[in-house]
Design a protein around this ligand. Structure first.
Ligand code: NDP
Length: 248
């Protein structure tokens, strides 16, 4: 149990990768704030499962794209657990469209939910991490933030922005026991991938050296490592968890 006594916030943890991250951190002994936007029942089930690991867990309904939502998740950790050690900025959406038809509304929705949210939560969380001179921020970016993708200018910009945000936090807080790292998942089996047309899914598989999609738990394992003391000397990095899809 590497994270006993720690408290974590995982944004967007009712489903998919966030759910796996919340449960993995709980299995290592961390108390968790399970944040959701719409799926209350799903979040409740994650809380129950986390508690069965013997840790405290609370579900918090909050739209993380708003300042009030960011405040609510950080406040929940402090009110429920009295501390905040680990922040995982995972919540994300897509609004795919080719640039010529990409509306300002869809640009703003993706940038606000996927990037501005992480700025807001990180700014609030680091205040508390500084007191303990220990903290871990893990931002869930994407290979699309590294490669770009046709039809995903908004998503790629947000995910690339997360990497810049991560490096800046790493530089500002690196001397104070706080690390910030990003993970760039490839194609992971969640609702986001399930919604892709079958022909696109088959075409994507041919590009992945591993020959399969990733599992949410495979991303969660890397988060648990980055959140542990074993990763104290890893800071400002982006780890690809993508079956070899992107190689630099
Ligand atoms: P899912 O669509 O399966 O789940 C998204 C989660 O984010 C849900 O828990 C959802 O809550 C929550 N969420 C969405 N909008 C908000 C909001 N405004 N406020 C709070 N919570 C919100 O996504 P994935 O698990 O697939 O993706 C998780 C992260 O990983 C995202 O950032 C995504 O971009 C990234 N990623 C995913 C990849 C993949 O292949 N799946 C690849 C690379 C990156 P609710 O259930 O209430 O709607």
């Amino acid at each position: 149990m590497e994270l006993s006594g720690k408290a974590a916030v995982v944004t967007g943890s009712s489903r998919g990768i966030g759910r796996a991250i919340a449960l993995r951190l709980a299995s290592e002994g961390a108390s968790v704030v399970v944040n959701y936007n719409r799926n209350r029942d799903a979040a409740g089930q994650v809380v129950e499962q986390a508690r069965s690991c013997g840790v405290e867990a609370v579900a918090v309904e909050a739209d993380i794209s708003s300042a009030a939502g960011a405040e609510a998740v950080v406040r929940a950790a402090l009110d429920s657990f009295g501390r905040l050690d680990i922040l995982v900025n995972n919540a994300g959406i897509t609004r795919d469209m080719l640039l010529l038809r990409l509306s300002e509304e869809d640009w703003d929705a993706v940038l606000t939910t996927n990037l501005k949210s992480a700025y807001m939560t990180s700014r609030l969380a680091t205040r508390h991490m500084l007191r303990n001179r220990w903290g871990r921020i893990v931002n869930i970016s994407s290979v699309v933030g590294l490669m770009g993708n046709s039809g995903q200018a908004n998503y790629a910009a947000a995910k690339a922005g997360l990497i810049g945000l991560t490096k800046s936090i790493a530089r500002e807080f690196g001397g104070k026991g706080i690390t910030a790292n990003a993970i760039a998942p490839g194609y992971i089996e969640t609702d986001i991938v399930a919604e892709l047309p079958q022909n696109i899914k088959e075409a994507l598989l041919t590009q992945i050296p591993a020959g399969r999609y990733g599992r949410p738990e495979e991303v969660a394992d890397v988060v648990a490592f980055l959140a542990s003391d074993r990763a104290a000397y890893i800071n400002g990095q982006t780890l690809n968890v993508d079956g070899g899809l992107v190689m630099s």
